[in-house]
Ligand binder design. Structure first.
Ligand code: BEZ
Ligand code: FE
Length: 298
């Protein structure tokens, strides 16, 4: 039969995968067709709406270049990136528990975002990556252990954030180079410490099609203040995560749905004086403490 009635069309498309030899690809494409067709049926999509959607996706593609990835931003703002992170971490956590687990839960992962820059300078523990940048100084410290509590020495913390006004080095113009980012390695007891600024909330790039979509959805583009880190050590599963500033606006309405309660950290305010690492501060500063826990590799 050459003709497919509307109600048979979904199965007809799925049937065309009969000769697909990659089982996972077959599963992905069948589910995609089923869900996309169900969406069209549910909303009774008009032709004009479908053309508008294709126009939007075309603009999204045209907005991408080597510095900007509007499709990832679309995935982020629709909660898809965070869903992918969460279900994969859940899968890893289940496998870890099935294998005996550890005494404590691993550090939760969240979205990477577009501002990671590979090859940040390797700095000594205690270095200040926020010097001369807008923002209030903050001292970050804590430990990295595995989930049994064993300290992980020489674990890398690859750290990046915007400044105290929410601007990343990549947004500061071509000459800015790397700012507010570095790689630190834990000491023999698994401890880390460094200085930066207390990060501010900021909007995701909203001057493109995704920004327009957010406005039409009646949404704001802001993320609560946070500092990013990738934490990794040989023999352990790496984690890409953030620490969120506990008193920041937008914790309840992060534009990319990245907030996890376990990653919200109080930033204590301190008067000028001697900081915990012996540094003399002649202006007020903050401190934030967080202990990371990594899952041993399978
Ligand atoms: C960020 O936190 O850097 C970020 C994450 C997702 C989209 C835009 C920015
Ligand atoms: Fe960020």
């Amino acid at each position: 039969m050459a003709q497919h009635e509307a109600q048979d069309l979904t199965q007809a498309v799925i049937d065309r995968l009969a000769d697909c030899t990659d089982p996972r690809f077959k599963q992905l494409m069948s589910a995609l067709v089923r869900h996309a067709h169900a969406f069209v049926r549910e909303v009774e999509l008009s032709e004009a709406e479908w053309i508008a959607a294709i126009g939007f996706l075309t603009e999204t593609g045209k907005t991408c270049d080597d510095k900007r990835q509007e499709f990832i931003l679309l995935s982020d703002t629709l909660g898809i990136s965070m869903l992918v992170v969460a279900i994969n971490q859940l899968k890893a956590a289940r496998a870890f528990q099935a294998a005996g687990g550890g005494a404590s839960t691993p550090t939760e992962a969240t979205v990477q975002g577009p501002f990671y820059w590979e090859g940040a300078p390797e700095l000594e523990l205690g270095s200040d990556i926020g010097e001369q940048m807008p923002g209030e100084p903050a001292y970050y410290h804590g430990t990295v252990t595995d989930t049994t509590g064993k300290p992980i020495a020489n674990c890398c913390l690859d750290v990046w954030s915007g400044d105290g006004e929410g601007v990343y080095d990549m947004q500061m113009g071509d000459d800015a180079g790397m700012r507010l980012r570095a790689r630190f390695h834990t000491d023999a007891q698994g401890r880390y410490r460094f200085w930066s600024i207390k990060p501010s909330f900021y909007p995701v790039p909203d001057d493109g099609p995704v920004g327009e979509m957010l406005r039409r959805m009646g949404r704001h583009p802001n993320r609560p203040g946070h500092i990013h880190m990738k934490v990794y050590a040989p023999g352990h599963q790496p984690v890409t995560t953030h620490l969120f500033v506990a008193d920041s606006p937008y914790l309840d309405s992060d534009a990319v749905f990245g907030v996890r309660n376990s990653l919200i950290v109080p930033f204590s305010a301190h008067a000028p004086g001697t900081a915990p690492d012996g540094r003399h501060m002649n202006i007020p500063y903050h401190s934030a403490s967080y202990d990371f826990r990594l899952v041993p590799a399978a």
